[in-house]
Design a protein around this ligand. Structure first.
Ligand code: HCA
Ligand code: CU
Length: 380
């Protein structure tokens, strides 16, 4: 199963920079990259050096930061862009060109024949300049490109014998998992090269699509922290980790999982946003259990309603008590935590009392604790 040997390319410092409120300083990029490295990310993709003077300087800074992660930069399929990128000493180049009819008309104006010629020129040039560099070629808007066009381009590029990896990109977040599976699988079978998947989340399939790509034999998946990126972003790192963990915990054993909450918090703070309550693993309610039926079972065995163990990520679960859906088992557990010994009849009566009160207003935990303490004193 290819899932045993996949790598994550985190693109928070490239795709993530395209998020509406992201603009990282050099120090912030180093902090993000350092934490990604501590997490165990294999590759970090950075904005093209052609974007701005700081972008170029930041690639050099990261290349010299002594990280285990390989540093890549993302460039257009241009010889000049490649030269500037090579000059930074970066470990790899991710080269992309649009192949959908829309992008061919409105982005670069080239035909498929011209795209193939240009790719051949630029890719062989890069390989001649840098025999050891990691070289990837990707089509932009893969899933709105004609399949016959894609196969012509990818096979021509593969035949050059100079790239390490082919990339497919769901640039507008339109693909379904079965489409991703079939495209990736074709490329793996036809070329034998490593294949990377990059997927946007406009219609909510980015994680499922990344997973489908891996199941089809993709070797690399692009993520960003919290999924930040152009529009509503791409496959979020935490969401991909949650997805793979639930397939088999061993698939994510190579990563330092407790670093994930720090990564999400850091990027949320730097972008001036909240971590969404519904976020995978780190959302504020990701490990909160509420209804009496749930809390009873979770207190007996967390696996009843938890497929991810919060402690694997350095997090804790919370069992809510002060609401109208509460149950007396949760109250008994809380009493035990507080060192109070209450009999079952008292706990059942208290649960009914809390339900009546919570119909008016949900109660805070300290208010529930006061009721438990009063009940303990009053108990014969
Ligand atoms: C973009 C480009 C890209 C490139 C992906 C890749 C996309 O539209 O900004 O090179 O793998 O989504 O197509 O991010
Ligand atoms: Cu993208």
């Amino acid at each position: 199963m290819p899932l045993d040997r996949y790598s994550i390319i985190d693109s928070t410092l490239r795709e993530g920079e395209q998020f509406s409120t992201a603009s990282f300083t050099t120090a912030q990029k180093l902090e993000i990259a350092g934490l990604l490295d501590e997490f165990g990310i294999e590759m970090i993709e950075m904005t093209t050096p052609c974007a701005s003077p700081q972008s170029e300087a930041d690639i050099r800074a990261l290349v010299n930061a002594g990280l285990r992660a390989r540093i890549l930069t993302h460039i257009r399929c241009h010889r000049d862009d490649a030269l500037r990128a090579l000059d930074t000493g970066v470990h790899g180049l991710d080269i992309v060109i649009g192949t959908s009819p829309l992008l061919m008309e409105h982005s670069h104006g080239k035909s498929i024949e011209q795209i193939i010629d240009l790719a051949a020129e630029v890719l062989t040039f890069v390989r001649a300049q840098a025999p050891d560099i990691i070289l990837r070629f990707s089509t932009e808007d893969t899933f709105r490109s004609r399949e016959s066009d894609l196969l012509r381009v990818y096979l021509a590029v593969a035949d050059l014998g100079v790239v390490n990896r082919l990339g497919v990109a769901d640039t507008v977040g339109i693909a379904l998992p079965d489409q991703v599976y079939s495209m990736v699988n074709q490329l793996v079978r036809l070329t034998g090269l490593d294949v990377e998947f990059h997927g946007h989340n406009d219609s909510g399939c980015a994680i499922a699509n990344a997973c489908a790509a891996l199941q089809a034999g993709a070797t690399h998946v692009d993520t960003t922290i919290l999924g930040i990126g152009e529009r509503n972003g791409i496959t979020p790192l935490g969401g991909l980790i949650a997805r793979l963990y639930t397939l088999d915990r061993a698939y994510v054993a190579k990563y330092n999982l407790p670093v994930l909450p720090r990564l999400d918090r850091l990027v949320a703070d730097l972008c001036g946003i909240e971590i969404p309550f519904s976020n995978y693993i780190t959302g504020s309610s990701a490990f909160i259990h509420k209804a009496g039926i749930h809390t009873k079972a979770v207190l007996a065995d967390p696996a009843t309603y938890e497929i991810l163990k919060p402690q694997d990520f350095g997090l804790t679960r919370e069992v809510m008590i002060g609401h109208r859906l509460t149950g007396w088992n949760a109250l008994r557990q809380r009493a035990q935590t507080l060192g109070l010994h209450l009999d079952d009849a008292t706990l059942r009566a208290l649960a009914q009392d809390i339900k009546r009160r919570a119909d008016v207003r949900p109660m805070a935990l300290h208010e529930v604790d006061s009721l438990l303490q009063e009940a303990a004193v009053a108990q014969p």
